[in-house]
Design a binder for this molecule. Structure first.
Ligand code: URA
Length: 426
């Protein structure tokens, strides 16, 4: 007979939880037999005292077992997915899913909405007129077989323990625990039924993990969980100290993704899309197609059109445009030496691109467009970025967020690489 108090005390005192304790507490919490305040105490004990690799693998399995594993069946192509830990301007799923499908694999991406300063993929796609996020299992399987790429809302039956626990962690300051983050992400991806997984683990001011050692630990933990569950997993560590691309905000990011799919777009977005595609194709066993060439040729764009149309969207419709646009200009001449991802993310969020509570609506057209890049020479008075919003009173807060995030100096800053490392499963 288990009791929540015993489980909490064990972890509070720094002991390992047994497999039986983990199975019981996750199941009892999902059913409502363990109260929110008890799970909150346990989450805090886990945050403070950690879990070892075996505990994390078991915790992940218990979260998977709280719901269903999607049975997608044979869609005629290898299934492979990607997950990003989230960043500013991170629209990479939008060009990546059609690109990987154009190269012969199928991408079943069940995705979430944004909370805080990082945007959610569904929020971005919902700026396309008519596009709908909710699909049935049959629709997902049919679209995978037909188009090769689905980006849709996660189903309520997928890892329900995570849904409940994540909401609780959000309000009890227990999100930032590597065992809890890793098991949360991996339980959903394993339950989704993908055959391979590439993780984009972000490092820097705009990311969850601000330092490389922490990001590396998260990446290694997730790759290990994948291995323990028979899911081939590779992680890339990538820089998130500056925003990705030139567009931050829902419709703005869709427009930039379309540019990339048509063979153009900012070089960092292209570089990361291709790097992730290469790893996904390797896991899918597709080695005779060069994703860089496919992307540059524009051949992934028709797949995007079909992916959007299959979910009711009109890929040729005009995207929403903000009612109010104003510029931020350089206050002196020199080199743009600081363009901080967190500052730009918070500015876009305050303009209406993100939400503070999960019930909030987002503005499709709100966000930031960068007119200058890190290391560019700029003249006093030159526009550095555009602020887009339907609610002009939000501009003051956005400007305040940018205040310490932009810096113009006489010296050109050293810039590190976008791709920091690759961590492959054993
Ligand atoms: N994303 C998730 O899905 N879970 C976490 O715990 C953190 C980020």
């Amino acid at each position: 007979m288990h009791s929540a108090v015993d489980v909490i005390r064990a972890k509070r005192d720094g002991h390992r939880l047994s497999e039986q304790q983990i199975d019981w507490v996750v199941d009892a919490y999902t059913r409502g037999d363990v109260a929110d305040e008890q799970m909150a105490a346990l989450a805090m004990a886990i945050l403070l005292n950690g879990m070892d690799a075996d505990e994390i693998a078991r915790w992940t399995q218990a979260m998977i077992d709280s719901g269903e594993v999607l049975a997608l069946g044979d869609v005629g192509r290898p299934l492979v997915d990607k997950h990003s830990t989230g960043g500013v301007g991170d629209k990479i799923t939008l060009p990546l899913a059609p690109l990987v499908a154009a190269c012969g694999a199928a991408v079943p991406q069940l995705s979430g909405r944004g909370l805080g300063h990082t945007g959610g993929t569904l929020d971005k796609l919902e700026s396309i007129p008519g596009w709908r996020a909710a699909l049935s299992l049959e629709e997902i399987a049919a679209q995978l077989a037909d188009v090769g790429a689905v980006v849709c809302a996660t189903t309520p039956t997928l890892a329900p323990a995570d849904r409940k626990l994540y909401a609780l962690r959000d309000v009890t300051s227990t999100v930032e625990s590597i065992p809890l983050i890793a098991s949360s992400i991996m339980s959903k991806k394993i339950a989704e039924g993908t055959g391979g997984l590439v993780l984009d683990v972000k490092v820097g001011s705009g990311a969850f993990m601000k330092t490389e050692p922490l990001a590396r630990e998260l990446a290694e933990t997730m790759v290990r969980i994948g291995g323990a569950h028979g899911l081939a997993t590779t992680a890339l560590l990538t820089d998130m100290s500056v925003p990705l691309g030139r567009a931050i905000g829902n419709a703005l990011e869709v427009a930039e993704s379309v540019e990339v799919l048509q063979g153009g777009g900012p070089s960092d977005v292209v570089e990361l899309t291709v790097a992730l595609a290469r790893e996904m194709l390797a896991l899918a066993g597709i080695t005779d197609v060069d994703p860089a060439q496919v992307l540059a040729s524009g051949k992934a764009y028709p797949v995007w059109e079909r992916m959007i149309a299959a979910q009711g969207g009109d890929p040729s419709a005009d995207l929403p445009v903000a009612k109010h646009v104003e510029e931020v200009v350089a206050d002196r001449s020199g080199v743009l030496a600081r363009l901080d991802a967190l500052a730009v993310g918070v500015a876009a969020w305050r303009l209406g691109a993100g939400r503070a509570r999960k019930e909030d609506a987002v503005q499709a057209a709100a966000g930031v467009r960068l007119l200058a890049g890190l290391g560019d020479e700029v003249e006093a008075g030159q526009p550095l970025l555009e602020l887009h919003t339907d609610t002009p009173h939000a501009v003051e807060g956005a400007r305040a967020a940018l205040h310490s995030g932009l810096e113009i100096t006489a010296e050109r800053p050293a810039r590190g690489p976008l791709l920091l490392d690759t961590i492959r499963g054993a």
